[in-house]
Design a protein around this ligand. Structure first.
Ligand SMILES: Cc1cc2nc3c(=O)[nH]c(=O)nc-3n(C[C@H](O)[C@H](O)[C@H](O)COP(=O)(O)OP(=O)(O)OC[C@H]3O[C@@H](n4cnc5c(N)ncnc54)[C@H](O)[C@@H]3O)c2cc1C
Length: 344
């Protein structure tokens, strides 16, 4: 993911070192069908979920981090809220923060009709160790944000930290994301059925894609992408797939319960700002609690509006970017032989 300033700020406020949080890319490359390249200077730091998570986790006290606890319900009382877990345990406190992501149980309990909606396309994704890509392609891809845009699709890649958070050249990974349109009723169910025949809700993990879907994806890449991206995909051992989703909620505060991050708003990934939004939600909530002297109800009331506005703006921006990229020429996937309308 792109390391945005609010994420660095969250590390800073938590007293966690933030000097080596990713790989720096100095420019963007836009690859063209004729083999030429448009370059644009742009300094960005790219990182991985693992590096961010592990850096935060190392600084979080073990006695307050309870793994394997699955929240199934909660109850609000006048002064407190009780979280109820699948193992039968309960915990009571002043505030419950639902930071439980796309499939948020807290959201389902509060807003049962607000489910993530399929946006009309998926992201095929993959990781390739630096040493596994041929030198010619690696020279184009290394320390750059590289794009190839074509009709109703685009693919991008950047270098991220490698295994064990490695930032040393040669030990990092190329990370690619390719957005491809699939019809929700006639095509998506096949894409989301894993190699064991199990239908997954939103994604298929690395190593679990069905053989025929993986073969079709690789063959489509060979027909429509430019050679550097074809080689990157060919070098990927275990591609995986995630559906692109839309979700926005009308409220983030329900008495003593707050929704944050993807539990509240899922902007499409083109904004590259979802983690930063989650960081902003957290920083603002901590500021509000201090400002209102830990009066939870007043602090949440003051916190909510700004966070709703932020969520809605990003949600809208992600939709605009995605609709332009994926549906400018209708809903189909591009093939040379398809008679697509001329570029306007
Ligand atoms: C293709 C793609 C590319 C992306 N690129 C970027 C990018 O460049 N930059 C960016 O900022 N974002 C990006 N994102 C989005 C980013 O991954 C999410 O916004 C982010 O992970 C959400 O953080 P979160 O903490 O809200 O939820 P999550 O990271 O989903 O965490 C939720 C946690 O809650 C736990 N949980 C769930 N249910 C329960 C329960 N009932 N009880 C207890 N625990 C529970 C889960 O196990 C998980 O640990 C991208 C997403 C996609 C799909």
């Amino acid at each position: 993911m792109v390391l945005q300033p609010d994420v660095v700020e969250a590390f800073n406020l938590s007293g966690i070192p933030h000097q080596n949080l990713g790989v720096v890319a100095k420019e963007r490359y836009y690859l063209q069908r004729d083999g030429s390249i448009q370059a644009m200077p742009m300094l960005q730091t790219l990182t991985s979920w693992n590096l961010l998570y592990n850096s935060l986790r190392r600084h979080f006290p073990d006695e307050h981090y309870h793994q394997g606890k699955s929240l199934t319900n909660f109850q609000q009382h006048d002064e407190q809220v009780t979280a109820i877990f699948a193992d039968g345990t309960q915990k009571t406190g002043d505030l419950l923060i639902g930071a439980d992501g796309v499939t948020s149980t807290v959201r389902q309990l509060l807003l049962p009709t607000y489910d993530p909606m399929y946006a009309g396309y998926v992201a095929y994704r993959g990781l390739v160790d630096e040493e596994e890509l041929d030198p010619e392609t690696a020279a184009i891809m290394t320390e750059r944000f590289v794009f190839y845009q074509f009709r109703n699709s685009h693919i991008l890649q950047y270098v991220i930290p490698g295994e064990n958070e490695a930032l040393v050249p040669g030990k990092r990974r190329f990370n690619w994301v390719w957005y491809v349109n699939y019809d929700k009723t006639t095509e998506l169910p096949r894409v989301l059925t894993d190699k064991n025949g199990k239908r997954r809700e939103y994604s298929i993990a690395p190593g679990m894609m069905a053989n025929d879907i993986e073969r079709e994806m690789r063959s489509y890449a060979d027909r429509v992408l430019v050679p550097p991206f074809q080689k990157l995909i060919a070098a990927t051992k275990e591609p995986f797939v995630q559906t692109i989703l839309d979700l926005g909620v009308p409220n983030m505060v329900f008495d003593r319960v707050a929704l944050v991050g993807d539990a509240a708003f899922i902007p499409r990934p083109h904004t590259a700002a979802s983690v930063s939004k989650a960081a902003t939600n957290a920083i603002a909530l901590s500021d509000a609690l201090v400002e209102y002297d830990h009066d939870v109800l007043d602090a949440l009331k003051a916190w909510e509006l700004g966070q709703l506005v932020l969520g809605m703006q990003l949600w809208r921006r992600g939709q605009d970017l995605g609709e332009t990229s994926q549906f400018m020429y209708g809903k189909e996937r591009w093939e040379e032989q398809l008679n697509f309308p001329k570029i306007i």
